[in-house]
Design a protein around this ligand. Structure first.
Ligand SMILES: NC(=O)NC1NC(=O)NC1=O
Length: 155
């Protein structure tokens, strides 16, 4: 979409189009709306990053909690947004054997128990093997390092 067209959107239309830039997290477009007119897509992305960086740690963790689990129940029940469904499909999660689903669920639970937010990774840029390896590796981080790592994964 042309940036002039973006800048001409009403708030409601803007929210409808950008409401899921971060999965089911409309606070992001709601917060950056004030910075219109945008000069381009990169400007929108920079405002998103600045907003997330400006949040206290509780807010950053809140953003992470908006993310659906990888290979979770929402994927199974078809409740993901189209983007997220496509990202998880690209990583191979729509095609798992039951034993792989159980393994992912148990790793996701272990991670959530340790950190208090879900494991987040850019699924589009990783295979399910990379993701499992990363998850196991990142379980060894402390909470602050892991929070920062997970926030960096937005793609
Ligand atoms: N938890 C998590 O990383 N979820 C996701 N990542 C991604 O790229 N798409 C997702 O649904």
């Amino acid at each position: 979409m042309d940036i002039n067209a973006v800048n001409a959107l009403s708030y409601g239309e803007f929210l409808e189009i950008f409401g899921n830039v971060i999965e089911k997290c409309p606070i992001i477009p709601a917060a950056i709306w004030i910075h219109r007119p945008f000069t381009g897509l990169a400007d929108i992305e920079a405002h998103i990053s600045d907003f997330i960086d400006s949040l206290p740690e509780s807010g950053k963790e809140g953003i992470l909690r908006c993310h659906p689990d990888l290979a979770g129940r929402e994927l199974q029940s078809g409740a993901l947004t189209r983007d997220s469904q496509e990202e998880q499909r690209a990583a191979g999660f729509t095609d798992l054997q039951p034993v792989e689903v159980s393994r992912m669920r148990s790793l996701n639970s272990e991670y959530k128990e340790r950190f208090g937010f879900p494991f987040v990774i850019c699924a589009r840029l990783n295979t399910k093997r990379d993701i499992t390896r990363e998850l196991l590796d990142r379980l060894g981080n402390d909470r602050a390092a892991e929070r920062a790592r997970a926030i960096d994964e937005h793609c």
